[in-house]
Design a protein around this ligand. Structure first.
Ligand SMILES: Cc1ncc(C[n+]2csc(CCOP(=O)(O)OP(=O)(O)O)c2C)c(N)n1
Ligand SMILES: [Mg+2]
Length: 887
């Protein structure tokens, strides 16, 4: 907004004097009250007063209101200086030896922000405290390692293996619980995921608390992020949820070093003001930490507000340039704009001017902000801390555009760094960039330990296991294992809801189940659970629901169990991740089931799904109405033919495409056994459909096959007089087309067809790759058979597979199928029509399966090609029909 012109300065002054007097004699609260009344009065009188979401470009907390830090500033400075040096040394040394990259400039800007937290705020989990949760900026990891090293938690050898992890002694580039499962809790380096996950983590803590599962009172989530990172839609996408839910257990710290990777974040504007408006606008408590203490006397002298005006005028691009130059430059270009300001600093040397520090580098200002944030109630807090990227790097990168990726520093820069922070490194050692360590008897070492002891110990400890849960036996799902009976048709989604109902009623684990939906309960027939379990709401239900007179009314409740996330897949996924890691973060295993439209799953929030693997999530994802042709009448953007491929890219995601209720029961029960009894760090992706059909009884001894990925569903009893036989594989609803094709083949072509329900092509491939890898590395040993090979080896005839997914899905086991293998699948864009027509269009229906089987027999020389042509004709298939991929 452009500043308004002052048409009567003396009148302005009178008003300002009046305000000044209220501030002095009656305090800020009274002044605030009067101002609000004036604005209200003006608005009621019809005046248009545009809302201004920003405050002056100065610290939110005035000097007189700052909590003084109880720490020892001199010791803290020395500790911080060592941390700075070591974090830089680790990157430089790793690059000298192995050229593996790393970042210096980010942590250099954030060192004080972390240091104050470690020394004074962040509780480790201990007997007295559940522990605060830290989401660090991913690429500031060297600084966090350096801190751990000084505490004696990491060794010099580990530091020297920064980013060299393959041999198992290294430190991971960024926070990766998969790679450092005892140290890191939250993967954050994919920009935007940290802020988003932190919000949902804070909310899930409230959920756990209000449901009486874990007392999370007094615990905080501290989330660090970059100012550039705030451009990610994920970073800000959920901030209104945080304020709506009054998440006062959440503190964002935005490290506003004004730069991102390529250059300035807002060269032509001011990122701090912009973020202030964003956060204030949605109801956060905003604390700006812009200026360090050296500015306080100057601001105190600024009675006319000229300094403040100059501060506001300067854009971030200028602020960055100032800090890449020197004091003389700042005098000339910042203060020099107005003679009064030049006069204000006339008695200061250029060095004094250079020393005018930024808020994020001043431990006193940072302490005051953290203290205010930690005690703030009713709202989440964001701290906007202004810093300098590459602080301390001097000519090697301080406030320079190239600094983000700078991983080399020459002797001169190293010496300057050493001198600036008073580090004890002799000239002849400087090029080795040796690590610095405090003697165990030193005041610094003792102080660091004392501070951590007072806060419960070392912060970076990740719990790998919690108490195992007793998972119900398969017999608990008996009704799903029996045949549904003719005429009693249902979908696998309905089977899932029945399983969920059995689980929530289980005395042992029922309360641990967390059903999660993104506004799709009715789509999946789960609305019955609203009333039964309640939708969790921190405020309960303040209204009479429209359907209050009905049995299944829309019930919101403080003790509700369901998380209804609104139309927000990324948020629902983040909630699921918080629940799926509760075993680690809270020591209580939760069993989350997040059910979504499969098309709006992996491809929508794929990066979170990847992070979930890294984070060792344990839980169930259910892709509903899955498959390219099962969701009749929807269309291109709804019909998923590839989510299983996306799932297969995540190493610890176990995925299944079941057809029958008993398969689903077996898979979910075993998933719970693996995740909550044995505590394997895997998670499940299971597709379920909305197509109704009757479900057979579980065949004897099918359990292991269901879990391994395929089992013989039906052996052909047709004693085909021709001696012809084929093996048919299918998954999901297309298995039913395969079953129908088997009947056609038997009845009309005298071909016996054995049917394999292939619950997981993904698992089959994984097992087979593992086996063949072993075989390659053990050439002198008897080769081990793959499971696919074992199933098909002694059967007869070519193999044909059909699924509701792209051909590559079933194709992935080709190498391990011992004979001719033909694959059908649904490549191409989906579209709306009936299931029947879609399956014909995508060439996966019973007729196409039959044609593919006949063609395979013809290629094997078992039948003449003419027979295939006749079938094509008989089924009314147009051989010149365009390939569905192209239309
Ligand atoms: C989703 C994503 N996109 C791009 C990157 C690459 N990247 C890593 S750090 C960075 C710049 C970060 O700038 P900022 O958030 O301001 O952090 P700073 O280093 O300045 O503290 C970029 C683009 C990434 N890690 N994640
Ligand atoms: Mg930045």
């Amino acid at each position: 907004m452009e500043p308004l012109p002052d048409i009567d300065p003396s009148e302005t002054q009178e008003w300002l004097d009046a305000l000044e007097s209220v501030l002095t004699h009656e305090g800020t609260e009274r002044a605030h009250y009067l101002l609000e009344r004036l604005i209200e009065k003006a608005r009621r009188s019809g005046a248009y007063l545009p809302y201004s979401a920003t405050t002056a470009y100065i610290n939110t907390i005035p000097p007189g209101k700052e909590d003084p830090s109880p720490g020892n500033p001199a010791l803290e400075h020395r500790i911080r200086s060592y941390v700075r040096w070591n974090s830089m040394a680790m990157v430089l040394r790793a690059n000298k030896h192995s050229n593996v990259g790393g970042h210096i400039a980010t942590f250099a800007s954030a060192a004080t922000l972390y240091d104050v937290g470690y020394n004074h705020f962040w509780h480790a989990a201990s007997e007295n405290h559940g522990g605060d949760l830290l989401f660090a900026q991913g690429h500031s990891s060297p600084g966090l390692y350096a801190y751990a090293f000084l505490l004696g938690e990491l060794t010099e050898e580990q530091l020297d293996n920064f980013r060299q992890e393959v041999e198992g002694k290294g430190l991971s580039s960024y926070p990766h619980p998969w790679l450092m499962p005892d140290f890191w809790k939250f993967p954050t380096v994919s920009m935007g995921l940290g802020p988003l996950m932190a919000i949902y983590q804070a909310r899930f803590m409230k959920y756990l608390d209000s449901r009486g599962l874990v007392n999370t009172q007094g615990r905080k989530v501290w989330a660090f992020m970059g100012d550039g990172e705030m451009d990610e839609p994920e970073s800000k996408g959920a901030i209104s949820l945080a304020s709506r839910e009054n998440l006062d257990n959440l503190i964002f710290v935005v490290n506003c070093n004004l730069q991102r990777l390529d250059g300035p974040v807002r060269g032509n504007g001011k990122i701090i003001q912009e973020l202030e408006a964003d956060f204030r606008g949605v109801g956060w408590n905003v604390i700006k930490v812009i200026w360090g203490s050296y500015w306080d006397p100057l601001l105190a002298k600024d009675t006319k507000g000229l300094l403040q005006q100059r501060m506001m005028e300067c854009v971030d691009g200028e602020y960055q340039t100032f800090k890449s130059r020197d004091g003389a430059y700042v005098r000339k270009h910042f203060f020099g704009k107005y003679p009064e300001l030049l006069a204000m600093v006339a008695n200061m040397s250029d060095d004094d001017i250079w020393r005018l520090n930024r808020g994020g580098h001043d431990p006193h200002k940072v302490y005051a902000a953290y203290a205010a944030a930690a005690r703030h109630t009713g709202q989440p807090t964001v701290i906007l801390a202004k810093t300098i990227k590459g602080y301390g790097m001097g000519e090697a990168g301080e406030a320079q555009n190239i600094t983000h990726q700078q991983k080399k520093m020459g002797t001169t820069s190293l010496k300057a760094f050493r001198d600036r922070f008073g580090l004890p490194i002799p000239d002849d050692k400087i090029d080795e960039v040796p690590y610095l360590k405090f003697d165990e008897k030193s005041a610094e070492f003792i102080y660091m330990h004392e501070r951590r002891q007072a806060l419960g110990g070392f912060l970076h400890r990740r719990r790998r296991k919690a108490d195992a849960l007793q998972v119900p036996p398969l017999s608990a799902f008996e009704t799903l294992l029996k045949a549904s009976g003719e005429g009693r048709e249902s979908s696998t989604t309905m089977a899932f809801v029945r399983i969920l109902n059995i689980l929530v009623k289980d005395k042992g684990i029922g309360k641990r189940v967390v059903p999660i939906v993104a506004d799709e309960s009715r789509t999946f027939g789960m609305e019955g659970m609203f009333r039964q379990l309640g939708i969790w709401s921190s405020t309960g239900q303040l209204y009479t629901p429209q359907d209050a007179d009905q049995l299944m009314y829309y019930k919101e409740d403080k003790n509700g169990q369901i998380l209804q996330e609104g139309i927000n897949e990324a948020g629902a996924m983040s909630s699921w991740m918080a629940a799926a890691t509760a075993y680690s973060t809270h020591g209580v295993q939760m069993i989350p089931f997040y059910i979504f439209y499969s098309m709006f799953g992996f491809q929508r929030v794929g990066d979170l799904a990847w992070a979930a693997g890294d984070m060792r999530c344990r839980g169930f994802l259910l892709g509903g109405t899955a498959g390219r042709t099962t969701l009749n009448g929807e269309g291109l953007q709804h019909e998923d033919g590839h989510s299983h491929l996306a799932a297969s890219t995540i190493p610890n995601c176990v995925s299944y495409d079941p057809t029958f209720a008993y398969e689903l029961a077996v898979i979910i029960r075993d998933g719970m056994r693996r995740m909550y009894e044995v505590q394997e760090d895997v998670y499940y992706y299971i597709t379920v459909m909305n197509e109704n059909y009757s479900h057979p009884e579980m065949p004897a001894n099918a359990e292991q096959g269901i879990l391994k990925g395929m089992y013989l569903f039906r052996e052909s009893s047709a004693g085909s007089s021709s001696g012809l036989r084929v093996q048919l594989l299918g998954s999901g609803t297309i298995l039913r087309e395969v079953i129908a094709a088997a009947e056609l083949l038997e009845k009309e072509y005298d071909v016996a067809a054995d049917i394999w329900s292939t619950t997981s092509f993904n698992e089959l491939r994984r097992e087979a790759l593992d086996i063949t890898r072993w075989n390659m590395l053990h050439p002198n040993e008897t080769p081990r058979p793959t499971y696919v090979g074992t199933c098909l080896k002694d059967r007869e005839g070519p193999v044909v597979a059909a699924t509701d997914y792209m051909k590559i899905f079933a194709d992935q086991i080709r190498e391990f199928v011992p004979r001719r293998y033909k694959v059908l699948g649904t490549d191409g864009f989906g579209r709306s029509d009936t299931r029947e027509r879609l399956r014909r269009f995508f060439e996966v229906d019973r007729y196409y399966v039959t044609v593919a089987a006949l063609e395979a027999l013809a290629e094997d020389g078992k039948i003449p090609a003419e027979k295939v042509a006749q079938a094509i004709k008989k089924f009314g298939i147009d051989p010149e029909k365009p390939n569905p991929v192209t239309v």
